[in-house]
Design a protein around this ligand. Structure first.
Ligand code: BGC
Length: 474
């Protein structure tokens, strides 16, 4: 929208003339609506901008299919068949890469039925950034605990599918070298090493008879586990701690594939879309995104992911709040150690604030006062924080929808339609995330958006690893 006044100049005039004392806190009497319009200007993405982003997205996907030296890695997963739902067998699966680490026993019963027993483990923060042996020994130890607790028969070797949700250059179904760590992990002595070897060596150190038969990205797992029940599934997406998508591509459309002909003529591609627009050509990057990026462990990387996923959304809100506090627009300029500490404003608080429908926004007050220790939170402050949460989350959902639209466009499925299986805490639990994505899809595709069916693919990553292990057994 065109503006015929300068918001910063207006703010200064208001500040000079009307700074007031409210109790013991100083408030700058700035009209709430002018704060909202400043924030809306930078966070709301117009339909036109969505279309531009989508176009660049498709182009980056095409480039990545041609060469490995592109922004989007477009990694062939070596999964070339989709399941029929008839696959059977019992497999172990490891699921590493989100907030929790899980060991699962998965029983594929055929007829699209699955039984799952799973145990969550919390990875100590120290293991996330130490030498790789610390992390992989922890994984092997967790498997040993699981086998004992669930009385798993280990007389003959057990086959395991390893869902490893970090960028990996895959060279076979059960081989791949680590390209990059993200989401708070950064293990020394691991980049360029084969992740299956690292796990197998740790398993051998514990004398566990487990064969790692498949290395799987969580998006590929989500696609495959959903395809086990719904054969129309062509895309798997994760919107959780991190974000990414995998989809079914035809071999002829992958010029960089040197593996020869494939019977199905299909390959599931792990796009690693979190890296989309690392060059900052088209995304609506703000000064808050810039601050978050500069302070993180991988500056300049995972640009798209940092605007969308659970690891980062709360931090963007905190940075906006900090800015408004410093400008004495919020909380009378009073901050707290918690509000000043990176990572302390969790994405889960945003969900809680957006779910607060009380007239006085009492739960919002609770989060801000009890958890984030802001000394005084006026009703106006609560409304402003709520609006910040909404704007950051709406932007995330619209960008996620843009990614889905680009993948569906690349597959030429806008007319014929497809099922998109989506897993991850943000998609599953964040209020309105799904409907905000659907709205954006509608802006992009009009009535054709009905052809794109977004479906929750719960527990997909672990189950998918088992489905892939079963297909490998065939
Ligand atoms: C990783 C992807 C993963 C996604 C979702 C990203 O940070 O790079 O490999 O699929 O998170 O877990």
């Amino acid at each position: 929208m065109e503006k015929n006044f300068d918001i910063n100049a207006l703010r200064e005039i208001l500040h000079q003339n009307t700074t007031q004392m409210t109790g013991k806190y100083t408030y700058r009497e700035i009209d709430e609506s002018s704060i909202y319009s400043e924030l809306e200007d930078i966070f709301i993405i117009s339909p036109q901008r969505l279309r531009e982003i989508c176009k660049v997205f498709v182009k980056e996907m095409e480039d990545g299919l041609k060469s490995d030296n592109c922004t989007l890695k477009m990694i062939p997963s070596f999964v070339t068949n989709r399941p029929t739902g008839k696959e059977v067998g019992t497999y172990l699966a490891l699921d590493l890469g989100g907030t929790n680490f899980r060991v699962c026993e998965i029983n594929l019963e055929g007829q699209s039925k699955v039984r799952l027993r799973a145990k969550k483990f919390t990875i100590p923060d120290s293991a996330k950034t130490a030498d790789q042996t610390v992390l992989f020994d922890f994984l092997a130890e967790s498997i040993a605990i699981f086998i004992k607790e669930y009385n798993i028969n280990t007389e003959s070797d057990i086959n395991l599918g390893f869902t490893f949700s970090f960028p990996v250059q895959q060279t076979a179904l059960n081989k791949g070298t680590i390209l990059l760590w993200n989401k708070g992990f950064n293990c020394a002595n691991s980049i360029g090493k084969d992740v299956v070897n690292l796990l197998s060596e740790a398993l051998a150190r514990k004398q566990l008879k487990v064969n790692v038969v498949a290395l799987v990205n969580d998006t590929v797992g989500t696609l495959m586990s959903h395809a086990y029940v719904d054969p129309g599934t062509c895309v798997g997406v994760i919107l959780g701690t991190g974000t990414n998508a995998a989809y079914v591509e035809t071999i002829d459309a992958i010029p960089k594939w040197t593996g020869g002909p494939v019977k199905s003529n299909e390959m599931i591609i792990n796009s690693e879309w979190g890296a989309f627009d690392n060059e900052r050509k088209v995304l609506p990057w703000t000064k808050y995104d810039e601050q978050q990026d500069a302070a993180g462990t991988n500056p300049g990387k995972q640009t798209f992911e940092k605007m969308i996923s659970g690891m980062y959304l709360g931090e963007i809100v905190r940075l906006v709040c900090k800015d408004l506090i410093d400008r004495k627009i919020l909380f009378g300029g009073m901050s707290s150690t918690e509000m000043d500490t990176p990572g302390k404003f969790e994405t889960a608080y945003m969900s809680r604030i957006e779910r607060d429908h009380t007239a006085e926004l009492t739960d919002t007050k609770m989060v801000l006062q009890e958890i984030l220790k802001i000394p005084y939170v006026a009703p106006r402050d609560r409304r402003i924080v709520r609006r910040i949460c909404e704007l950051v989350a709406i932007r995330a959902a619209r960008l996620a929808a843009c990614g889905v639209a680009a993948v569906v466009t690349k597959m030429n499925r806008v007319d014929s339609g497809c099922t998109v299986a989506i897993d991850g805490s943000v998609y599953e639990h964040y209020p309105h995330f799904d409907s905000r994505m659907r709205d954006a899809l509608h802006e992009l595709f009009g009535m054709f958006s009905e052809n794109v069916s977004l479906q929750l693919g719960k527990d997909g990553s672990g189950i998918g690893a088992a489905v892939i292990a079963a297909l490998a057994d065939k």
